[in-house]
Design a protein around this ligand. Structure first.
Ligand SMILES: Nc1ncnc2c1ncn2[C@@H]1O[C@H](COP(=O)(O)OP(=O)(O)O)[C@@H](O)[C@H]1O
Ligand SMILES: [Mg+2]
Length: 444
């Protein structure tokens, strides 16, 4: 879009510059050729044993050096022209006035060690993301769109940039800058050091989501980001591809929503928009699949799937042992109906926590309702999760102070007294909850 704006005037200027460079080249080359074939060069020195005179040798050397210099100069000029052309075509004249930094192609190539494989942070449907470090030690994540179709890649870029320039929230990945000198521009994001939520849920070695406290916090932070996108961003937007691979965790474990490649802007009050179907199997809203209308409730559905994944550690798009595609949400719901809750949880939880988990499971069930209108809004979801997070923090504060008092009292009374089990030891509650998703099985 921005590229189209700048294209016309850029083309005229570029044509003039090309004509000037062409004329300059012709004049210079003519001069060099004239030098080379001029009489002193071809005069045969009958008195000398060599075919060419010293003067003519000088002329040849001089001519060759001139040619090399002209060649180098031409190369530099044409490279600069190409970069300027890309810059203008990629909307640089408009984007340079935005709050983002404009990086040069060389700066980013150096920062990423020429997009070295060992710098690759991840890869999605549209691009590869590389880690970069600037000379001042700022860490970057450089998104390079992959694919051969320049026009389509450019469209993806213009789309994502259009979205990401609108957002500014602590739980959304920040755009630091852009590089417009390359054919398909590069997006430069702040580097989020702790990988994806997907990784921490499914990698058994990760300790980041060991407790319910961590999982509840991550869920509440992601909900805050989505609530912001739906109702507080100006203009609001639908993320369109909510999944654990697109949720990143920083060094403190804070959740950051990433990847706006499938996002769409909506006007305030508008609830849905017709788009070509994009998204990820397992997280996709069945209603959107059927109607092609992406709604804010499609994000709510995908978020519900993320909640189930956070609680059960099951991948929503994994295959059953038989090789059949299965629906983890459906399976988890059945498990929750038939088993005790603690059996399908992916972490240990005590009795009070199980009560909170029941509430979250109930919320997840509402989010994945097959009918969009019956799903809660992201604001409701976020308010509920924030309320639970505060309750949870109070509970822990209370528990810790009771434990401290208990330990202090004990040490004051007797050092030899038998101790009671630690408050921190997880106690498994035999609580059962029923999570039935209305008509869910019919909907996908
Ligand atoms: N800012 C970032 N910091 C660290 N890693 C990132 C960042 N952005 C993306 N990544 C990694 O790159 C992957 C692909 O990025 P994403 O923007 O989702 O691309 P795509 O649109 O191709 O899916 C992510 O899943 C993540 O592993
Ligand atoms: Mg992605």
């Amino acid at each position: 879009m921005l590229g189209i704006l700048a294209k016309e005037s850029a083309r005229t200027r570029l044509e003039i510059t090309h004509a000037v460079v062409h004329w300059a080249c012709v004049v210079m080359v003519k001069q060099v050729v004239k030098d080379l074939v001029s009489p002193p060069l071809l005069q045969v020195d009958h008195h000398s044993s060599s075919f060419l005179s010293i003067e003519s040798l000088d002329a040849v050397t001089g001519g060759t050096i001139s040619l090399v210099i002209i060649g180098v100069l031409l190369y530099i000029i044409l490279r600069k022209l190409r970069k300027d052309k890309n810059f203008r075509e990629n909307g640089g004249m408009v984007l340079k006035h935005q709050r983002v930094r404009i990086f040069s192609e060389a700066e980013l190539a150096k920062a990423t060690e020429n997009y070295n494989d060992h710098k690759k942070l991840g890869e999605g449907g549209f691009g590869c993301v590389y880690k970069g470090v600037l000379p001042d030690n700022t860490q970057l994540a450089v998104k390079k769109f992959k694919g051969v179709d320049k026009a389509q890649m450019n469209e993806e870029f213009q789309h994502e940039i259009g979205m990401v320039l609108q957002v500014n929230h602590k739980n959304v990945v920040k755009l630091l800058g852009l590089c417009l000198q390359t054919k398909v521009p590069l997006l430069v994001y702040e580097f989020i050091s702790n990988g994806t939520l997907f990784h921490h849920i499914h990698d058994r070695k990760s300790q980041v989501l060991r407790t319910w406290t961590d999982r509840l916090r991550v869920a509440a932070e992601t909900a805050l980001a989505l609530e912001y996108l739906h109702s507080l961003a100006n203009p609001p937007m639908i993320h369109g591809d909510v999944k654990t691979v697109n949720i990143l965790l920083d060094e403190d474990g804070t959740a950051k929503m990433a990847d706006f490649g499938a996002s769409v802007l909506i006007s305030p009050g508008q609830t849905d928009i017709a788009t070509r179907i994009q998204g990820t199997f397992g997280y996709l809203d069945p209603e959107y699949l059927m109607t092609g209308n992406l709604t804010v409730k499609s994000d709510v559905f995908s978020f519900g799937v993320v909640l189930v994944e956070l609680m059960t550690g099951q991948k929503p798009n994994s295959n059953a042992k038989s090789g059949e595609k299965r629906n983890v949400v459906q399976d988890s719901i059945s498990s929750l109906e038939n088993n005790h809750l603690f059996k399908i949880l992916d972490f240990e939880a005590d009795e009070e926590e199980l009560e909170e988990i029941e509430v979250v499971a109930e919320l997840a069930k509402r989010c994945v309702n097959s009918s969009g209108v019956k799903r809660p809004s992201m604001k409701e979801v976020s308010d509920e999760l924030s309320r639970l997070t505060s309750l949870h923090e109070d509970l822990w504060g209370q528990k810790n102070s009771e434990e401290t008092e208990h330990l202090l009292g004990k040490s004051a009374l007797s050092f030899n007294e038998n101790t009671s089990p630690s408050m921190n030891e997880p106690q498994m509650a035999q609580s059962v909850i029923s999570l039935e998703i209305e008509n869910y099985s019919n909907s996908i």
